[in-house]
Design a protein around this ligand. Sequence first.
Ligand code: FDA
Length: 414
Amino acid sequence: MRDHFDVAVIGAGAAGMMAAMTAGRRGRRVVVIDHAKAPGEKIRISGGGRCNFTNLRTAPSAFLSANPHFAKSALARFTPQDFLAMVEARGISWHEKTLGQLFCDGSAREIVALLTDGMAEAGVDLRLGQTIEKVERRADGAFGVQLAAGLVTAQRLIVASGGKSIPKMGATGFAYRLAESFGLPLVETRPGLVPLTLDPQQLADYADLTGIALPVSVRAVGADAGQGGGRKADKRPAFREAMLFTHRGLSGPAILQISSYWREGETIAIDLIPEMDLAGHLKTLRRQAGRQQLRGVLADFMPKRLVQLLLPELAKVAGKVPETPLADYSDAAIGALVGALKDFTLKPAGSEGYRTAEVTLGGVDTKALHSRSMEAQAVPGLHFIGECVDVTGWLGGYNFQWAWASGFSAGQSA
Ligand code: FDA
């Protein structure tokens, strides 16, 4: 068995396989090393088994990083259309679900097979079930990867071992430790795209809502901004998607999205009726059906159990009791009521952590990497790609697009 290669890739995930295939196609002798028994395990379980493999709306603004400009180069060099062309060439049928999100019609396994077959055709040596004992730079300039099964050396080393999310699937902090051992800086890591938890009192208050989902618009509000504050200064985006009440707290796409921006101690501001001009609607109803009460009116466009829970507080904010007919609401009372529904704030206790997080925020600091090649500036020949780098996408196929793009960039230059 060969033990010296042009390129060694650590991690047979999305980024590593793309890099290996790309380098192999350029005629480089490539080995991919993984401790898992199967390649692309996260691809296999992604998107509910259908893999949300890219997003047509990919733009640098859909990624979080200490340096928002870093991802631009790789994202421009390998676009969603480039990946889609591979999917179509392979005959994999796909559909756009919503918001530019592309999924397989059949199974995520088709994407795994696209990559493993692509690697095989490019002559890539895939070594699974390997334990990496040590990685070092040797006196001859090559990288030595000491496996329990023997030593592998390579002129270039691409680290694609992912982040810390879902440790049950074998996620480790390997890439971060390796980066540190080569003197590279890290941006603090934390779980992203993760459900948020509520404290026991809040959970008791909202117990009846478990299982309820509704469309909302949600944003994170700085700890010192107060109710409704911080909107102008705070540049973090708001997300208009579904929110779900769970027995632990809050989930659903809107919450997963905002979790990447939310920090411990902050509140989230939720617009519970993002899709309509509620004030206008209430004023019309006041004229046309003034005897109606708030309960019935709100239940037309919000889940009944949520209306039931919020009703006393909403009426109080408007200076009324729940039974007050709409005809007795002044414009100011309607304004106060609508304000409370459009700026409903909650203070999450925390998040569910890496156990359920889809991604890891932070990671290898991009200021230490070249944006075209993902190569460490201080350690020529050493590349970091995919989730272990401090570039994290929104929910919706952006993270795979980053894996493909950063993998392609490294594979082109390694
Ligand atoms: P990835 O984690 O895929 O691969 C890392 C590889 O390195 C693994 O094969 C692992 O075994 C290996 N490895 C780790 N430590 C090692 C060590 N010490 N030695 C050897 N090998 C090691 N994104 C998206 O865009 N669309 C989607 O639909 C989803 N869905 C989704 C669902 C769920 C449940 C999760 C958890 C995540 C998603 N994601 C997603 C996120 C997406 O899966 C993630 O961003 C990419 O898989 C990251 O690709 P990487 O190749 O960087 O790491």
